[in-house]
Ligand binder design. Sequence first.
Ligand code: DX5
Ligand code: ZN
Length: 218
Amino acid sequence: MWKLAPSILSADFANLERDIKKIRDAGADYVHVDVMDGHFVPNISIGAPVVKALRRATDMILDVHLMIDRPDKYLDDFIKAGSDIITMHIEAPGYSEEVIDRIHAAGRKAGVSVKPGTPVEALFPILPKLDLALVMSVEPGFGGQSYMPVADDKMRTLRRVIDEKGYACEVEVDGGVGSGNIAYVRSCGADVIVAGSAVYGKGDVDAAVRGLREAAPV
Ligand code: DX5
Ligand code: ZN
């Protein structure tokens, strides 16, 4: 069964504990936490203090997506805050393979993401050590954008290479996924599907999660 990672970027920031309980009760797998710094992406969202508060509020897996410059500089804050999976961008200044090793040394899972304009082949050298490869299907920075088909072949390529080589890496897709395209995205090879507005945008979180599961039963 594929995993659902609702993005709390589309939740109510004044009621995060309540909104995380909703996705937990609905059977979601990860809490996707979008961290934006106003440099790597145009927006500023939340940082390590909020991750720390979420850690106290839930035992769900915190899937932290760092859309920031200098992940090397801020990494320790996100480790200490209690992140379970930490994903950074290969395009970010300060990204290096050494940061992946530091995440593992802290006993956490490491992910690396590619933006729509970055070839997926950039991830090949690090795939054997990655826990998660994140394919962006929108330009990072905003929720509620339309899915970009450039992600299709990237997921297919990752799926093929990971299966051929027997790597343990999950393929995650992020941006513009909803009940209308989730089956297709799944057929491209994604194991973990991020959904922000499709989960939180319509008011009834339970019905939204059910709708996504029914749209992609396998
Ligand atoms: C975009 C974020 C996404 C976003 C997804 O920069 O990384 O996680 O919240 O939102 P939707 O599902 O609405 O495209
Ligand atoms: Zn994200």
